[in-house]
Design a protein around this ligand. Structure first.
Ligand code: GUN
Ligand code: FE
Length: 434
């Protein structure tokens, strides 16, 4: 098994026995040299509960996608040559508005959730759309397929920045609808006992009136909920904050109580040192979306610096600002982009495979305050079994195996995925991995 030990180091333990209790939590991790290794293994064989990870395959924690727009799945990879504002108005808002059609929502969301699980994503922090019923369709599909999900009903009501056909009619109406969504999510959680959490979701500062931003800050506090939004993604967005509030984008969000220790802000490509300090003081997390940032971000996000300033950072696909649903692909892009970040400390901006793995596992989990992302006692058994396609031709040093898994794992190599000990994706057919 491989699990992230620190930001700089992944731990590799061959032949470990991972014991998972009835509720899907890791009970013990027993290494081959422990005295009761053989007896625990034999007991599991006798009870027919032993699952073997065969040689050349590896057990990893499941990943967290810390920023994804569920209704944008049908346009993943489309129109990415356009600037952000044009892309939103011409392609994205018309698409998201279509989710009033619940049959369409169901079809799209089934396809998306299956795809995420197949790619090893066990937890997702989702932007939904404005339509409460469509967001509940997403929540039910997550419950049905076993996806651990944080879901937000999007708020946007600024008539100058949003179209007539896709906007809350007033701040009050949007806030009322959001409160209804929160209640319905709580009900669904009780009925299904699925791991579903509602999230306060102002789209971003330009889309919202000050009344909405203020009201959402209050709702987050009232229900003690996570918050998600976009922050300092583009020059245009930063310019909007400056022009309309005479403040940095992060300061605007903070002034409405939206930077909390349960808040996750996407992109942050243009965050400066004082913004990072603010994030760090508020314990607000950053969702790094490296593929999307290539298209819309205007700069490479300063991730190493954010981490050094004790800002929590995880990885997001930003479907469909990013085209790929794979966190593996985003780990690769995070590493690649960091090589070309030209800041004063140039070489020091570089991320390693171990750093990217930390962001995809521990970073995302810490941002959402969930006990996932590590193969350790007390953590949820959110796991993936992946195969090493280079095992015949390359070295078997543990660090080499780890790096090739980060760079070469595709959907085809992801054999099984578990959430809280429950099999949610099986690429092994009938054998069921025994
Ligand atoms: N800013 C506001 N909305 C969006 C969105 O849907 N995608 C991205 N990348 N940025 C945004
Ligand atoms: Fe986004």
């Amino acid at each position: 098994m491989i699990t992230s030990a620190t930001f700089d180091k992944a731990d590799f333990t061959p032949k470990a026995l991972i014991c998972v209790d009835q509720s899907g939590i890791i009970d013990r991790v027993i290494s081959a040299t422990d005295s009761d290794y053989q007896s625990v293994k034999q007991a599991a064989i006798n009870q027919d509960t032993l699952r073997i990870v065969h040689p050349g395959n590896y057990l990893l924690p499941g990943f967290t996608d810390l920023h994804i727009h569920a209704p944008q799945w049908p346009q993943a990879g489309l129109a990415l040559d356009k600037p952000l504002n044009e892309w939103l108005n011409t392609y994205t808002f018309p698409l998201e508005a279509k989710f009033k059609d619940l049959a369409y929502a169901k079809k799209v969301y089934k396809s998306l959730i299956k795809e995420l699980l197949a790619n090893g994503t066990t937890t997702g922090l989702f932007f939904g759309s404005l339509d409460t019923k469509a967001n509940l369709v997403l929540a039910k599909i997550c419950a049905e397929y076993g996806q651990r999900a944080f879901i937000g009903r999007v708020n946007m009501d600024n008539p100058k920045q949003t179209p007539d056909y896709y906007r809350d009619s007033s701040a009050a109406q949007g806030l009322l609808e959001t409160e209804k969504f929160i209640q319905e999510m709580f009900d669904l959680q009780k009925q299904t006992s699925a791991q579903l959490t509602p999230v306060i979701t102002p789209r971003f500062v330009p889309s919202c009136t000050p009344e909405t931003l203020k009201g959402l800050g209050q709702l987050a506090k009232k229900y003690d909920l996570p918050i998600q939004s976009h922050c300092s993604e583009s020059i245009w967005e930063d310019g909007f904050a400056q022009e309309n509030f005479q403040k940095r984008d992060a300061q605007v969000l903070d002034s409405f109580g939206l930077l909390t220790d349960k808040a996750v802000m996407a992109h942050g490509t243009l965050l400066n040192d004082s913004d990072l300090k603010l994030f760090s003081n508020r314990k607000t997390a950053l969702a790094h979306c490296p593929i999307s940032n290539v298209y819309f971000g205007n700069q490479v996000a300063p991730i190493k610096k954010a981490h050094e300033q004790r800002v929590k950072v995880g990885l997001g696909t930003d479907i469909s600002g990013g085209f790929s649903p794979s966190i593996y692909k985003n780990m690769q892009q995070a590493i690649m982009s960091s090589q070309i970040l030209k800041d004063q400390t140039n070489l020091n901006s570089r991320l390693t495979a171990s750093n990217a793995f930390y962001l995809a596992t521990i970073g995302g989990a810490e941002a959402l305050h969930v006990k996932t992302g590590q193969i350790k006692p007390g953590y949820q058994a959110d796991l993936q079994i992946v195969s090493d396609s280079f095992k015949e031709v390359s070295s078997n040093r543990s660090q080499d195996i780890f790096e090739r898994l980060i760079y070469h794992t595709n959907k085809e190599n992801i054999l099984q995925v578990y959430v809280s000990g429950k099999l949610v994706h099986n690429n092994l057919g009938e054998k069921n991995g025994k």
